[in-house]
Design a protein around this ligand. Structure first.
Ligand SMILES: Cc1ncc(COP(=O)(O)O)c(C=O)c1O
Length: 400
């Protein structure tokens, strides 16, 4: 038999494997951990996680469920009680009632980006999204060979997009528009009128909308508006959300989507194929988090708003930094080009020379190149100290 490859050559991985890039902040975190093992003192602003603890009531409920033996395989679409709680929350918050077949519970909201795009868009087709945008969108688009068509946004305009710019980019090949409000990495909260215009475009051109609303409860100015309200998630809007950000439950890995039944049916099968189900004892406790969502998220919102104001106050003093005050989420996207460095160079320099870890903006899209993102969900002490270190990096870096 004729061999196509030499026996001693490494067997190539699949072409799919070659398109996997991961999340840039986890790469930075790994580099930082390496430096810490060597004894370096670092302040971490790179990961979108929080210093706050989750609500103790939810923790207690998970322990009780664990003790009660809720430790077996469960329903791939999500536990009945949690889907009922999601249905009720949507009814109260959005004023429409999705059927239970429009709801799926998944292991975090992150995999939903992959599930939704895999189910809705073919390789070679186009998806419109902002630039910068959350890393997972870019990573998943590359993996699935979908063309990302980007709408640049900038701090000079509060990272707002103009719906006309979206319209200009619609072609016969467009299948879906991504909305993410409040947005990661920019903290932008989109106006209801802009979201309604995007929905009208999607309707006119018969497109899907993937609306990632993981930060919907973290809005400091303005109000969150979901395009899901406009079609009751029945036809073209898929809303994703989860427990990580509103309730400081990032390690739980529980998220959910509400969308058209035929879409959710396929997402359930995909999730079933990959993770089988989400642990039932976690889902039992998530019911409490949703039932008391207003009370719980109010506490976090107040704390993050205070921290946002501290971070903005500290960073405004640094003349090499340019940013706009974010209206939601817990990030600040800072343009560092006046330091003479791009985001990647600044990130390495600030980490190695000044002991503060940020996330380079390049992972969020080509327009993020001159930015770094910080997550300000940290103790006030760390936040102030980290900002001082950033100040030194900006000053010294500009002279280097
Ligand atoms: C915009 C956005 N969507 C989704 C996620 C994923 O959240 P989860 O922890 O639920 O997977 C994140 C996490 O950082 C995010 O920023």
């Amino acid at each position: 038999m004729k061999h196509l490859r030499k026996r001693n050559e490494p067997i190539p991985l699949s072409r799919f494997a070659q398109r996997i890039s991961g999340q840039s902040m986890f790469r930075i975190l790994a580099m930082a951990k390496d430096l810490e093992r060597q004894g370096k003192d670092l302040i971490h602003f790179e990961i979108g996680d929080t210093h706050l603890e989750m609500p103790p009531e939810v923790k207690k409920s998970a322990i009780a469920a664990l003790k009660a033996g809720r430790t077996h395989y469960g329903d791939s679409s999500g536990e009945y009680a949690l889907r009922l709680a999601i249905q009720k929350a949507v009814k109260e918050d959005f004023k429409f009632t999705p059927s239970l077949s429009q709801i799926v519970v998944t292991s975090g909201a992150n995999p939903l980006i992959y599930y939704a795009l895999a189910v809705l868009v073919n390789p070679g087709e186009e998806v419109i999204l902002t630039d910068p945008a959350f890393v997972t969108y870019n990573a998943v688009l590359a993996m699935l060979k979908i063309k990302g068509v980007r709408v640049p946004v900038t701090h000079t305009n509060n990272f707002r997009f103009d719906p006309a710019e979206i319209e200009k980019r619609i072609t016969p090949n467009t299948r879906l528009i991504v909305l993410n409000s409040p947005a990661n990495p920019t903290g932008a909260v989109y106006a209801k009128s802009d979201i309604a215009k995007v929905y009208a475009l999607a309707k006119d051109h018969n497109l899907f909308i993937l609306s990632d609303e993981i930060y919907s409860r973290l809005v400091y100015e303005g109000a969150h508006f979901s395009p899901g309200v406009l079609d009751a998630c029945a036809e073209r809007v898929i809303v994703t959300n989860g427990f990580s950000k509103p309730f400081a439950m990032t390690g739980w890995r529980v998220g959910y989507a509400v969308g058209p039944e035929r879409v959710i049916e396929k997402i359930i099968l995909l999730s079933q194929t990959i993770v089988s189900c989400v642990p039932p004892f976690l889902q039992d406790a998530c019911v409490i988090a949703l039932e008391r969502r207003r009370e719980f998220s109010r506490r976090y919102l107040a704390e993050y708003k205070k921290l946002r104001d501290i971070a903005c106050g500290e960073l405004e003093e640094i003349k090499q930094f340019e940013f706009s005050k974010p209206a939601g989420a817990f990030y600040l996207m800072i343009n560092v080009s006046k330091t003479g460095m791009d985001g990647d160079t600044f990130t390495e320099y600030a980490m190695e020379e000044h002991g503060v870890v940020v996330c380079p903006g390049s992972g969020f899209g080509p327009c993020g190149k001159n930015y770094v993102r910080i997550c300000y969900a940290n103790t006030e002490k760390n936040l102030r100290e980290g900002c001082q270190r950033l100040r030194k990096a900006a000053l010294c870096g500009s002279i280097v």
